[in-house]
Design a protein around this ligand. Structure first.
Ligand code: FMN
Length: 315
């Protein structure tokens, strides 16, 4: 698979670097099948837990500005047993890599769901320790817990394990390093950014749950910054995520150090975005005579020494 947009993460080959982000299209296999037909390089499922979980009541997602959303879906999902046939169906109907996102009450439950997902056909596991409106948020704030949960899942499966980080802390580098020490095969950065939106007539929080997670265009500089900060400190690949709506945004993430990207909220504007982004990247590479997008990975760090405020990466 040697094309200009192909990439590889821990032995998994992606025909292009665009991967569906977790949770955006709910849990129906048909959505992933549709995106696969539309040309996406890989897909991530909704985060799946041990049992059916209804999540928070409506309103649980609102568009706060054009292309920027606030959600507190609350990890609504059918539970792993009900989801196994869905994984099998997605695998049967698509040929792109499938990443199953998992969460649970403790490391052993994460590991159990990961194992069941592997047996059902998952190509990789993504550990969600970062949803800002669920209990799992506290795992991703602690380097020790992140390492422990990662180790436990790694021991249970034979497929690559990705760890998805939260931006809602001062030092994301510590957590990325802890995930790598725990055996993670890749880092996904970032999950949504904690936020709040209030009704101007009453002052009441608009979402039923109150505080939620911001996604979409407004968070892109936060995601790019997180990838940029993490990149010099770890050896495993990074999958950038947050606020991608056009091909230029993908380039920013690649320059910051990402190998691939996940995209989510932009699908509220339709799946044609995939072809638009792929075409834009293709034209850019052609214009600059670059044979593979990966040649641009981490390029922003060429300038670290000459910036007026030389980046002082936290450790
Ligand atoms: C409605 C909704 C549901 C989400 N559900 C999950 C989830 O189940 N697990 C997870 O790790 N991230 C979840 N996310 C976060 C996204 O995967 C992604 O990290 C975030 O939306 C930033 O990417 P974007 O700006 O391209 O949407 C969800 C986001 C939204 C908007």
């Amino acid at each position: 698979m040697l094309n200009e947009l192909s990439c590889e993460i821990s032995g998994i080959k992606f025909k292009n670097p665009l991967i569906l982000a977790s949770g955006i299209l709910g849990v129906a296999p048909s959505s992933i099948v549709r995106l696969a037909k539309a040309g996406i390089g890989g897909s991530t499922t909704k985060s799946i837990g041990p049992r059916t979980r209804l999540g928070f009541s409506n309103p649980s997602i609102i568009e706060i500005d054009d292309g920027t959303f606030l959600n507190s879906v609350g990890l609504a999902n059918p539970g792993i047993e009900a989801f196994i046939p869905e994984i099998e169906e997605i695998k049967k109907k698509t040929s792109i890599p499938l990443i199953v996102s998992v969460f649970g009450d403790n490391p052993e439950i994460y590991a159990e769901i990961a194992k069941k997902s592997e047996l059902a056909g998952a190509d990789a596991i993504e550990i969600n320790v970062s949803c800002p409106h669920a209990e799992v948020a506290s795992i991703g704030l602690s380097a020790e817990l992140t390492k422990e949960f990662t180790q436990c899942v790694k021991k249970a499966v034979n497929i690559p394990v990705f760890v998805k980080l939260t931006p809602n802390l001062a030092n994301i580098i510590r957590i990325a390093k802890a995930a790598e020490e725990g055996g993670a095969d890749a880092i996904v950065a970032i999950n949504t950014v904690r936020g709040l939106s209030l009704d101007i007539e009453t002052g009441r929080p608009i979402l039923s749950h109150g505080i939620g997670g911001i996604s979409g265009t407004a968070i892109r500089p936060i995601g790019v910054r997180c990838v940029y900060e993490i990149y010099p400190h770890i050896k495993i690949p990074i999958i950038g995520c947050g606020g991608i709506s056009k091909w230029q945004d993908v380039l920013e993430y690649i320059y910051a150090g990402a190998t691939a990207v996940q995209i989510g909220s932009i699908f509220s504007r339709g799946e044609d975005k995939i072809i638009e982004i792929l075409d834009g990247l293709h034209n850019f590479l052609k214009k600059h005579n670059i044979s593979n997008l990966q040649e641009l990975k981490g390029k922003s760090h060429d300038y670290d020494d000459e910036l007026e405020a030389k980046p002082k990466f936290l450790n």
